[in-house]
Write a new protein. Structure first.
Length: 481
């Protein structure tokens, strides 16, 4: 195997490799991230939460036995004001505005119930959203009061676990988002010794998470019995579907405020700590990992390491009642030398892999050097365009101004996510398809629409829809590597 980037020290020097990619001194204190967050940020004015955080930093083995008093009426009020006022109502059918009437009295009652241990969690309302493969994903919408209590509880627990979580865990954490994860895997592939990529996904993770194992993991750091009982109440609240209640014995509802944190805690112990130990103790070459929720990518210097880890990972997940999604988990040859090596072996071009909405492709710059190309996943773009065409058809008689404003928000949202360096062609193609869809809709409104030419419409379209541009910086700039 060819030598790659000799300036980088091997992983056995004691520094976790993903943290070295992000230029972090250790897995503690994962600060320095500056853009979008996957979760609501914790309050910055709570001295109590600051003290928890400092104690957690000082002693990684400390078990917190007195946490409940940090859930104050002020913290509950901040949690309420941080919720999305336009979010769908849960099983109680109470909206944000309705709950805000007499807010102080309501929160005082909630606070007393929580502190006395008599608070009762309501079942989540189950709804379904369509997935790209045509299946339905169950989402649990919690009652608004439960959202408030869950958010306050999350902030308390985050003060502990944000210190513990590994640097390569990017999902649903304050100050972190998908683009940080995308940048980290970009830097690993382009600047480190990565020749093979394991693209992995855990089957039905949120629906199969084991409650007993989860509580054991939480108890490593939390010894406050009232907090533990509150966590159990949310896990066992059940779901309400078409007016019928059903018990939940495994899993945590996707859509619940507390679910992302609990899911992160579970994989912290099941995957992150184990993977970090594995690459320091068993790997022959360099190993990198980037995880966003249950979707993770690993880069390897040697194929033997990748195959061995995959075998042992499957065994470990079974122990905790999880399994890899076989159809979505692949080990491929990928990296700076993949095209050259595969050409010698007569294997054709390197395979691609999808991660967080982008297809990653081995490509070349004009000077012939390796380039990692990131392109909008085709099925994601097609699904969104299908949704837009359906909406245009349903609202064919809306005013041009209203439709223009709506399409502007659609494209700006698309650009805000997919506008990464090197993806201008894909975002431009999406913009063009939006224009075609709108022109088709206008022409269907009346016979006069037939006289509008494509050239004339494009001038008209440009008034409403912003131009294609690159929104995000290069990964090296964001991570300051």
């Amino acid at each position: 195997m060819k030598q790659m980037n000799k300036r980088v020290q091997p992983h056995k020097n004691g520094q976790p490799q993903a943290e070295s990619v992000e230029r972090r001194p250790s897995n503690k204190g994962n600060s320095g991230q500056t853009t979008g967050s996957g979760t609501q940020r914790p309050p910055t004015t709570s001295r109590g939460l600051d003290r928890i955080r400092e104690a957690a930093k000082k002693d990684p083995a400390l078990k917190f036995t007195n946490l409940m008093h940090h859930i104050t009426t002020d913290l509950l009020s901040e949690a309420y004001r941080g919720l999305n006022p336009k979010a769908a109502a849960g099983a109680d059918e109470v909206t944000w505005d309705e709950y805000g009437e007499g807010l102080e009295e309501r929160l005082q009652v909630v606070h007393e119930l929580v502190q006395s241990g008599t608070y009762r969690a309501r079942p989540s309302k189950r709804v379904y959203i369509s997935k790209l493969d045509g299946r339905k994903r169950p989402i649990g919408i919690a009652a608004l009061e439960d959202k408030i209590v869950q958010q306050a509880l999350v902030w308390v627990l985050q003060s502990i676990y944000e210190v513990d979580f590994k640097g390569y865990n990017y999902g649903f954490r304050p100050g972190r988002g998908q683009h940080h994860a995308l940048d980290a895997i970009y830097v690993a592939i382009t600047q480190r010794k990565v020749n093979y990529v394991l693209d992995a996904d855990i089957r039905n993770y949120f629906d199969t998470l084991d409650h007993e194992w989860l509580m054991k993991f939480v108890e490593h750091r939390v010894g406050d019995s009232r907090v533990l009982r509150l966590v159990r109440k949310f896990l066992r609240a059940g779901v309400s579907e078409d007016g019928k209640w059903s018990k939940t014995v495994v899993g945590t509802p996707q859509g619940a405020v507390i679910s992302p944190l609990l899911a992160n805690i579970y994989l912290h112990y099941v995957l992150d700590l184990w993977a970090d130990w594995w690459r320091r103790r068993r790997a022959r070459g360099e190993v990198y990992i980037v995880r966003y929720a249950d979707d993770f990518v690993m880069g390897f210097q040697y194929r033997a390491d990748a195959e061995r880890l995959l075998r042992e990972l499957k065994e470990r997940l079974v122990k905790f009642n999880l399994e890899l999604h076989e159809e979505k988990t692949r080990l491929i040859e990928f990296g700076r030398f993949a095209e050259e090596d595969r050409e010698k072996d007569g294997k054709g071009k390197p395979e691609t892999f999808d991660f967080l909405g982008f297809t990653h492709i081995c490509s070349k710059k004009r000077n012939g050097k390796f380039k990692l190309r990131r392109k909008t996943m085709g099925k994601r773009a097609r699904a969104k365009l299908h949704e837009v065409r359906t909406q245009l058809k349903s609202n064919i008689h809306r005013s041009v101004m209203d439709t223009g404003k709506w399409l502007r928000s659609v494209f700006q949202g698309h650009l805000n996510y997919y506008g990464v360096p090197g993806n201008r062609n894909a975002t431009g193609a999406f913009r063009t398809e939006l224009a075609k869809a709108w022109l088709h809709s206008l022409r269907r409104r009346s016979q006069k629409g037939q006289s509008m030419t494509w050239v004339k419409f494009c001038r008209y379209f440009s008034i409403w829809i912003p131009s294609v541009c690159t929104v995000h910086p290069y990964p090296n700039e964001r991570l300051r590597v």
